[in-house]
Design a protein around this ligand. Sequence first.
Ligand SMILES: *[C@@H]1O[C@H](CO)[C@@H](O)[C@H](O)[C@H]1NC(C)=O
Ligand SMILES: *[C@@H]1O[C@H](CO)[C@@H](O)[C@H](O)[C@H]1NC(C)=O
Ligand SMILES: *[C@@H]1O[C@H](CO)[C@@H](O)[C@H](O)[C@H]1NC(C)=O
Ligand SMILES: *[C@@H]1O[C@H](CO)[C@@H](O)[C@H](O)[C@H]1NC(C)=O
Ligand SMILES: *[C@@H]1O[C@H](CO)[C@@H](O)[C@H](O)[C@H]1NC(C)=O
Ligand SMILES: *[C@@H]1O[C@H](CO)[C@@H](O)[C@H](O)[C@H]1NC(C)=O
Length: 533
Amino acid sequence: MTKSKKTLSILAFAQVFSHCLAAAVATAGSTPCGRLKRPNIPGANVISIHSQHLPNASVLASPPLLNSNFTGLDICNVDLVLSHHGAKDEVKVKIWLPSTGWNGRFLGTGGSGYAAGFFELSLAPVVALGYAAASTDAGLSGDPYSPAAWALDSKGNVNKDLLLNFASRSVHDMAVAGKAIATEYYGKRPHHSYWSGCSTGGRQGLVAAQMYPEDFDGVVAGAPAIDWARYVVAEQWPQVVMREEGTYISQCVLEAFTNASIAACDSLDGLTDGIISDVRACKFDPHALVGSSVNCPGKEEVVTEEAASVVAKILAGPKGLEISHPYALNPGAALDSLSNTTIVDGTRVGLPFFVNDAWIKYFIKRNPLFDTSTIGYSAFQAIFNQSQQEYGKIIGSYDPDLSGFKTAGGKAIVWHGLADQLIFPADTVDYHQKVEKVIGNSSTLAGFYRTFLASGVDHCGAGPTPGAVPVDPLEEVVAWVEQGKSPDVLEARKVKPDGTIVARDICAFPLTSRYRSGDVTLASSYVCSSQTQ
Ligand SMILES: *[C@@H]1O[C@H](CO)[C@@H](O)[C@H](O)[C@H]1NC(C)=O
Ligand SMILES: *[C@@H]1O[C@H](CO)[C@@H](O)[C@H](O)[C@H]1NC(C)=O
Ligand SMILES: *[C@@H]1O[C@H](CO)[C@@H](O)[C@H](O)[C@H]1NC(C)=O
Ligand SMILES: *[C@@H]1O[C@H](CO)[C@@H](O)[C@H](O)[C@H]1NC(C)=O
Ligand SMILES: *[C@@H]1O[C@H](CO)[C@@H](O)[C@H](O)[C@H]1NC(C)=O
Ligand SMILES: *[C@@H]1O[C@H](CO)[C@@H](O)[C@H](O)[C@H]1NC(C)=O
């Protein structure tokens, strides 16, 4: 051994030793990372546990899931594999515990699309803030884009055990496991537990509040994929309309319709800034564009009567006996995700969004080769109904009875971008109203459950839309739970392409933001108002 290596190893030993000493002094009853025991998870066997102190872990950026690098993380890494009684599943749970600077809290993190979680990509940013945190794959493949690897068993039947894991069971198991491991490691229970997620992650947080109301004291649910069994089928609607009407529209013309809807309704909130705040007051007629010429790549396209009719039907959403409220995007949302098209052999054809395409193929038709472009109006109604009948109870995540969560003292911040191009904000509003009906009193509801609709913000605030995105709703739910500071508004921010920072306060539904006077980039220039025009 060379001298420098020896010095290094002595240094490392001294570091580890002093760390152990400090930990032992600080928390009698704690357990060294390497000696943590398998937690008891009702309904499941923990097949294995591996725990290891990682004094200098790094997680590299992996956009869009993680946008910056995290280095120098000093953590206890715990990997569990568990299996449910009677199910042939193998569920991975990863728990990260900060070695120093634990803030006393446990945090569950969620997934997106068909993934239940992203392990270190979700854990790094919150562990850096001092949370003990967990992530699970629910026993699935981890591929957010496709359930192909797990949806069907070898006989071609839907794998109900794995669907249940994805829907709800894995969230609860992770909370039980994460809290038990944190308690053993630190020698004391987390004083509070939280959930933070968007899209599928938002759904997972709300399903916990519905089914396991004691798991989390505070829940942040962004753009929640609730009402899954219905809204996912409704995401197919734009493709159904284009198919049935025989008119597939180019991305460029779709964008022209989105732009025209913004132009038509932008000023209703008192300010012309490319953002629609008051979608309820917005009346946009796509037919106003007929005959106008759009400057598209390579050529001018003239908007046809047929295209305008198709867009009007898409914006109205599907109607039918089993369809209780609009499943449709707001004016101002980009149309080219759900209504996307492409050219194949010189002909424009539909390009369905992967979530609805895969749901219908695997879970409704149980046939990976099923071609969703064949679905017309009447097949759509049958599929919408079948999806809800077969899967509503399993993965609907739409139970409006949050009285258990309220009784447990839970608080929920739900937020949704009004220009979400994938998940319908109208569904989040409908759920809010259903929860209010069960609770029976809007001020009682506001005591534990608030919805914030972010103007001009796309799905999970990840894209280029101009609206201000919530800055730190997790911190706001923590302040609500631990200090009783109820969030009247959510602090939001957007950095414009020119570097200007726009600050806004997002109003609690049903209020909407209106421009009052003054500097348009300051939150104080706006008020929350119940007025619609
Ligand atoms: C921690 O890891 C980084 C690389 O991510 C390395 O540059 C650094 O030297 C390491 N620090 C220690 C104390 O080992
Ligand atoms: C993260 O680190 C990698 C490797 O060190 C580097 O190439 C990359 O530019 C960094 N990314 C960001 C977003 O800082
Ligand atoms: C829509 O508006 C955006 C932003 O102003 C602009 O960049 C884009 O070219 C417009 N698209 C069409 C098709 O007019
Ligand atoms: C729409 O489809 C095109 C392929 O024609 C693809 O490149 C593009 O990313 C899709 N747009 C969206 C928003 O999904
Ligand atoms: C939906 O399905 C249920 C159960 O199969 C059936 O009773 C009901 O009539 C269906 N609704 C429609 C509109 O087809
Ligand atoms: C709702 O509850 C609040 C206090 O909890 C009470 O003051 C108010 O009268 C109730 N409103 C209705 C409509 O019952």
